[in-house]
Design a protein around this ligand. Structure first.
Ligand code: AHG
Ligand code: MN
Ligand code: MN
Ligand code: MN
Length: 319
């Protein structure tokens, strides 16, 4: 049973990147301990502010954001951070080698019902020695040097990739360290399950509505196959299920707000999850483009997301 620190130390990753990964994941262990205290610590409920996304912040959105922000800004390797919960990028060290984008707490509607939440992170390397600007972050997900998430479930799990496959770790709560529990994740090409918030069906494009109709039609429909449906309401939980059991996750464009191309955020959600899905053999697209090829135009940009089993993503896009 190898610990994360042993795996990193025996890897060929630069020490600087190892330090960023160690700090990020150690902070997630602290977030995990905080979450475990629940309402006893007075950390549930609303924070009373709205974030730049136009969402009401929960106390834990703010607490987990501040924990990651403080830990990463103190690290000499960090040039700057960007977060779902910060209006602008936050510069750190002008000679720092890495930019980190994160969703400090994914699935915040689950907080108050004691259900699945997570932290999602994405790391880019940055050459030179200049104060960071937002423009530094506007590079495609292809350039991520590492991406991953920590899932705060019945056990706390870390899943990440540095571009050489996907590994899963489980938190040993007694030792406060992540232990490697699956060295390599392979995603099946076909799907039996889909994750899609069906309550939005009437707002989707006709093509997406037709695709969903055919999924639900099951054996008797054109797909001639039964599909099961699951929706965790935390992308981190849905993607984790797909990495464990296969399937497809979709958050499509909808016409509720035609100015938004999707709900999920490219830099904090779509790009890191797309890297994990592709690194395990799956595909990750918007309705038209491979997610990792998108040239971002702003740090808080939203995109439609269709990711998971390669053949099922192709099928969806064929509509
Ligand atoms: P966040 O809590 O970071 O704002 O993200 C919530 C996202 C994502 O995790 C999830 O897949 C989706 O919102 C859930 O949306 P619904 O409200 O449509 O269930
Ligand atoms: Mn949010
Ligand atoms: Mn999120
Ligand atoms: Mn969030």
């Amino acid at each position: 049973m190898q610990s994360l620190s042993n795996v990193l130390a025996s890897s060929s990753l630069p020490t600087s990147l190892q330090n960023v990964l160690t700090t990020t994941t150690q902070t997630c262990i602290d977030i995990s301990s905080t979450l475990k205290k629940g309402s006893l610590a007075g950390i549930l409920g609303m924070a009373g502010n709205e974030n730049v996304q136009g969402e009401e912040q929960k106390k834990l959105d703010v607490i987990s954001n501040d924990m990651l922000k403080d830990a990463l800004l103190a690290l000499p390797e960090v040039r700057a951070i960007a977060s779902e919960e910060e209006d602008d990028i936050v510069p750190a060290h002008t000679d720092g080698e890495y930019l980190i984008a994160f969703d400090p707490l994914d699935g915040s509607s689950n907080i108050d019902i004691n259900s699945m939440v997570g932290t999602i992170f994405s790391i880019y390397s940055k050459k030179g020695d200049k104060p960071a600007t937002e423009a530094d972050f506007l590079i495609s997900g292809n350039q991520q040097v590492a991406a991953g998430y920590v899932l705060y479930g019945p056990s706390t799990m870390l899943v990440f990739s540095t571009g050489n496959g996907v590994a899963m770790y489980t938190l040993d709560v007694d030792k406060s360290e992540f232990i490697l529990t699956q060295a390599s994740v392979t995603l099946a090409k076909e799907a039996q399950e889909f994750a899609l918030n069906m309550s939005n069906q009437r707002f989707w494009s006709d093509n997406m509505q037709n695709y969903a109709r055919d999924l639900i039609a099951g054996k008797e429909g054109p797909r001639q196959k039964n599909f099961n449906m699951r929706w965790v309401a935390a992308m981190v939980g849905d993607v984790h299920r797909i990495l464990c059991r296969g399937g497809i996750f979709i958050y499509p464009w909808d016409k509720k707000d035609p100015t938004k191309p999707g709900k999920l955020r490219l830099m904090y959600e779509a790009n890191p999850m797309a890297m994990l899905i592709e690194q395990s053999g799956g595909k990750a697209y918007t309705h038209t483009h491979r997610i990792l090829d998108i040239q971002p135009t702003g740090i808080h940009q939203r995109v439609a997301v269709i990711l998971g089993a390669a053949n099922e993503v192709d099928k969806c896009l064929s509509y």
